[in-house]
Design a protein around this ligand. Structure first.
Ligand SMILES: C[S@@+](CC[C@H](N)C(=O)[O-])C[C@H]1O[C@@H](n2cnc3c(N)ncnc32)[C@H](O)[C@@H]1O
Length: 253
């Protein structure tokens, strides 16, 4: 792997490739604080010292997604493409093998960057990736990316938006679009409003309300609600899965 934000509390030092050096200021005062919503509602899932040990199991991630982990992972992978030339950004780490599979699709000379605000999650991802993976880990807040405009050919948000309060969700989408190249694409995979007959609707909605208080927003509003006006009519495809329990939305940047 090229570099990591993790060994110390500082951002990565000098990076091997010239252009990437422009990404990160060489200073400690840019370390992002952990957002309050994340510690308040998701501490046990991502920050707890045993969180990775508990959740980094494919069967468990699959169980949490009602048996649809592979479906949604593969939907993301096929939308991103069989080869990922140029620069690709994944906003936020995920449990499971999505990122290692994306990394395997990065051809020589190209790069995958993964942003996350939690060192524990970046460390976990680093441990999952082969040494030589063309992946750079960046400790940043998705709502304030310290990344120049128009750098990435494609950007992925995999089950991230439902965990965020509205203003963070809007800022994250704005930032994802800003750092993507015009003509590139933004791929969003997340919860959606299930069809009216969906049997899980009555069980899951109350559970989500308690455990993931922002997630019901994805049931009541389409994704464009949180997109900047400039991109609300740029949705090129919208696919529902599992009775529209989940969705994949592709936006042309
Ligand atoms: C992608 S989401 C949900 C992933 C899903 N539960 C899974 O593992 O498949 C979880 C990640 O988002 C990260 N995250 C949440 N808010 C963030 C923010 N504002 N900036 C950067 N990373 C964030 C968390 O640290 C965590 O690693």
């Amino acid at each position: 792997m090229q570099s990591s934000a993790l060994e110390t509390e500082t951002l990565p030092g000098p990076l091997p490739r010239g252009p990437m050096n422009t990404l990160l200021p060489d200073s400690d005062d840019t370390i992002p604080p952990i957002p309050r919503y994340l510690s308040k509602y998701y501490w046990c899932f991502y920050e707890h010292p045993r969180a990775v040990w508990v959740f980094e199991r494919r069967w468990l991630v699959n169980l949490i997604l009602w048996g649809k982990y592979l479906t949604m992972r593969d939907a993301a992978l096929s939308e991103m493409g069989p080869s990922l030339p140029g620069r690709t950004l994944q906003v936020a780490c995920v449990y499971g093998d999505l990122t290692t599979r994306m990394a395997a699709r990065v051809p020589p000379g190209s790069q995958l960057d993964v942003v996350d605000v939690l060192p524990a999650q970046l460390n976990n991802l680093q441990a999952k990736l082969p040494e030589s993976a063309p992946v750079q880990l960046l400790r940043m807040n998705s709502a304030m990316l310290r990344i120049p405009d128009a750098l990435y050919d494609r950007v992925l948000l995999f089950f991230l938006l439902h965990e965020m309060p509205r203003e963070v969700r809007e800022a994250t989408l704005r930032e994802a679009l800003r750092v993507a190249k015009p003509g590139g694409k933004l791929v969003i995979v997340d919860f959606a409003k299930p069809v009216s007959w969906h049997p899980l609707k009555y069980i899951w909605h109350p559970v989500l309300r308690v455990l993931e208080p922002f997630a019901p927003d994805l049931w009541s509003h389409p994704v464009e609600t949180w997109l900047p006006e400039s991109h609300r009519d740029r949705i090129v495809s919208r696919t529902g899965y599992f009775g529209n329990f989940y969705q994949k939305v592709v936006i042309e940047v």
